[in-house]
Write a protein that binds this ligand. Structure first.
Ligand code: SF4
Ligand code: SF4
Length: 370
């Protein structure tokens, strides 16, 4: 099926598109490195045209392109002059305030061919954003400011939406697309890029974004809703120290209120993901990160109430389930030859009050009624 929304139709479907990636915000280049681990889709699949229905992609990132030096910068100069359209502009790193000091600059990318002076990252954004088919902020620094934008930082830095304006739209009428994460979850970024490529080809409707400009299908659920440890939370089994397989909310996990799909998606090829592998969620996909989540290793204040409330019934439920489980680990009585002991008589028989004369159904019914 072919979708066309008004904005995409305005520019017409593209058979070839450039991705211009500026890594020169304030950041660690971790988002560029992260996407090399993507598998759904991989960067190679996009660049080599292995996915049907998307335009040919010319991918220009200072770490990953073959070109370097002035040969590489030539693409950006051409784009700024209007000679390389259409293009998707990707910004990585937070955007400094270049007007808060007497001299010098905070961040730059290449040099001016006439003066030899650095071209600031802000100047590149000012030149390229007005010509971009779409603008994507990759990672939490570019989306909302991230670590660099903590209170008291000297650079006055900010996320792209604070720099360009939250209502800003590209030449195709697309708002800034924010894919947060510190670093960005590889497949979240690549899937968003893939969506935009389909949209540029006229094969997808306008990308759906939430109030924080995040793709809705990626950021509408909480970490907690997809966490491997959710069952332990429900049964009030909380870890007191690292190394436990139980819920780590008391160690500082913010998963119950943080919008991120890493629990379900994993980090690389379905594997890993912060709480799944024992790391507390510190809220890196949220606009309030990091200030509103600090100090990181303390139990989130709101979770004190909810985890205490869970304890009142979670432990009782857990105990009842163990009774039921012990009974379910035994075969029904009619599967025995008379005169011989049950083959499962050793299984948890001593732990279960139901082991002598109950088949577990009463307890299961009782548990369901709670
Ligand atoms: S570890 Fe965090 S996200 Fe997982 S169940 Fe516990 S509180 Fe929820
Ligand atoms: S689980 Fe939390 S810390 Fe980990 S990537 Fe998601 S938001 Fe960031």
């Amino acid at each position: 099926m072919t979708y066309r929304d008004g904005a995409s139709e305005q520019c017409g479907p593209s058979s070839e598109i450039n991705v211009l990636w500026v890594t020169a915000g304030l950041g660690c280049d971790g988002d560029t490195i992260a996407i090399t681990a993507a598998t759904q889709p991989s960067l190679e699949e996009i660049i080599q045209g292995a996915i049907p229905g998307i335009p040919k992609v010319n991918f220009l990132n200072p770490f990953l392109s073959y070109e370097n030096g002035e040969d590489f910068m030539e693409f950006f100069h051409r784009a700024a002059a209007g000679n390389l359209e259409p293009f998707i502009l990707v910004i990585e790193g937070s955007i400094p305030n270049e007007n808060n000091k007497a001299d010098g600059y905070w961040a730059a990318f290449g040099t001016d061919r006439e003066t030899g002076q650095p071209i600031t990252t802000c100047e590149w954004i000012d030149r390229l954003a007005p010509r971009a088919w779409a603008v994507v902020a990759a990672g939490t620094c570019a989306t909302y400011g991230g670590i660099h934008a903590m209170e008291g930082n000297p650079t006055g830095c900010m996320g792209l939406a604070d720099y360009l304006g939250w209502g800003w739209k590209s030449t195709a009428g697309i708002p800034i697309v924010c894919v947060p994460g510190c670093p960005v979850l590889p497949d979240n970024f690549m899937e968003t890029l893939l969506y935009l490529l389909y949209q540029s080809a006229g094969r997808a409707p306008m990308i759906p974004l939430d109030d924080a400009l995040r793709p809705t299908w990626l950021f509408s659920q909480t970490v907690h809703e997809g966490c491997d440890r959710g069952g332990y939370y429900e049964q009030a089994e909380f870890a007191e120290e690292y190394g436990s397989r139980t819920c780590i909310v008391k160690l500082g996990c913010w998963g119950p209120v943080v919008q991120c799909n890493v629990g379900k998606r994993g980090w690389i090829n379905g594997m890993g993901g912060c709480p799944n592998v024992g790391g507390i969620c510190i809220g890196c996909t949220m606009p309030g990160f990091p200030d509103k989540f600090m100090p990181f290793m303390n139990q989130p204040p709101g979770s004190l109430l909810s985890s205490n409330a869970v304890m009142t019934y979670g432990r009782a439920i857990h105990a009842l389930r163990r009774f039921t489980q012990a009974s379910l680990n035994k075969e029904p009585a009619w599967r025995r030859r008379s005169g011989l002991p049950s083959n499962a008589s050793h299984v948890a028989a001593t732990k279960s009050p139901a082991s002598t004369n109950t088949d577990g159904s009463e307890l299961a019914e009782f548990e369901k009624s709670l």
